[in-house]
Design a binder for this molecule. Structure first.
Ligand code: AMP
Ligand code: MN
Ligand code: MN
Length: 326
């Protein structure tokens, strides 16, 4: 276990050009981990990395230190050969589609993640399914390599852990998670402030959109399964065509119902495919999503599936039945 961390240390030391990569539809963990590792490498190796996002960065995360240095994939030279490309929270290579070409061209590659379904697709793989967040894996690496923290790097990693644990409420929260988080707070982080920046800055439109989606939720199998569909046209009506995604946290709201054993949201992406987001308290929904080419964690998983939302709902319900999940 330690050896691969030493190899990462050597690779960072030996590299001049380093690129940090986040996953599509970036969340607090992939962005917090990327901006946090950027700060850690700057502070501990005196090196500047480049950071890339393959889709829009939600405005919620504008408070993250160094987020202004994150470039969109369209602004990068795709013919460039980086010495080291590090993927953060990217469960499968197609989750950073667009940056894949830079990954393949790189002299060295690293994959730092906590998804059980991660196939260890890089040269250096630091995958810790027991960790609540990729940011927690970075805490483990920091401890092993004696990396020095600043308020900047601590803020980024704390955000990653806080968001991926649903503010320390989900079952991935462990004693270790809390110990690392406590240490991060000691660098001058105010937990109430980070919470408010992440969760109490929702727009009125987002809250109304989520109530609209919950209002038309369907309950099947004695209410053990709860789901709702997000149509593109509905989303556009609420976000005024600004392209903002208002679905973050929606599936968790359906899971919060006492009778729910499996909750899922199917979001229409275009005329041929839909995005599935699944949550459970007890059932392994990653198994279902893997069946459709996706993956994730046992209790929180996702996939992009071919078909209209209605067709995809049918396929998911059939798969839940086939697997006798509930
Ligand atoms: P989401 O429902 O999109 O919030 O995703 C739940 C979890 O599953 C997150 O940890 C994602 O990183 C992971 N996930 C979502 N979609 C995919 C996918 N297509 N392939 C692998 N993992 C995924
Ligand atoms: Mn993520
Ligand atoms: Mn994560």
């Amino acid at each position: 276990m330690r050896m691969v961390i030493e190899q990462l240390n050597d690779s960072i030391k030996d590299s001049k050009n380093i690129l940090l990569v986040s996953h599509i539809n970036p969340d607090g963990d992939t962005l917090g981990s990327m901006c946090g590792l950027y700060a850690l490498i700057k502070d501990n190796y005196k090196k500047h990395c480049e950071m890339v996002a393959v889709s829009d960065v939600p405005s919620t995360f504008a408070f993250l230190p160094n987020i202004n240095f994150v470039k969109n994939i369209n602004d990068l030279d795709l013919s460039r050969e980086y010495d080291l490309v590090i993927n953060l929270d990217v469960a499968a290579l197609d989750r950073c589609a667009g940056a894949e070409v830079l990954f393949h061209k790189a002299k060295k590659t690293a994959n730092i993640d906590h998804h059980e379904t991660n196939s260890s697709y890089a040269k250096l793989n630091i995958i810790r399914p027991y960790a609540a967040a990729t940011a927690e894996v970075l805490c483990e690496i920091s401890e092993a390599l004696n990396w020095h923290f600043t308020q900047e790097s601590a803020m980024c990693l704390y955000t990653g852990i806080m968001t991926d644990t649903g503010c320390f409420r989900f079952s991935n929260t462990t004693q270790q998670t809390m110990e690392y988080s406590g240490k991060l707070l000691s660098y001058g982080i105010n937990p109430a402030e980070v919470y408010q920046m992440c969760y109490e800055t929702s727009s009125k439109e987002m809250v109304l959109f989520q109530s609209f989606c919950i209002n038309k939720a369907q309950f099947v199998n004695d209410d053990k399964i709860a789901y709702t569909i997000v149509y593109k046209k509905d989303l556009e009506k609420f976000n005024n065509g600004k392209g903002e995604d208002y679905t973050d946290g929606l599936t968790e709201k359906l899971r919060a119902i006492a009778t729910t054993e499996i909750a899922f949201v199917v979001k229409e992406l275009n005329s041929t495919s839909s995005k599935v987001s699944m949550r459970s308290r007890t059932k392994d929904v990653a198994k279902i999503c893997s069946q459709f080419g996706g993956g994730g964690h046992k209790l929180a998983a996702g996939a992009v599936v071919k078909g209209s939302p209605v067709q995809v709902v049918k396929q998911i319900l059939k798969e839940i039945k086939n697997k006798n999940l509930c």
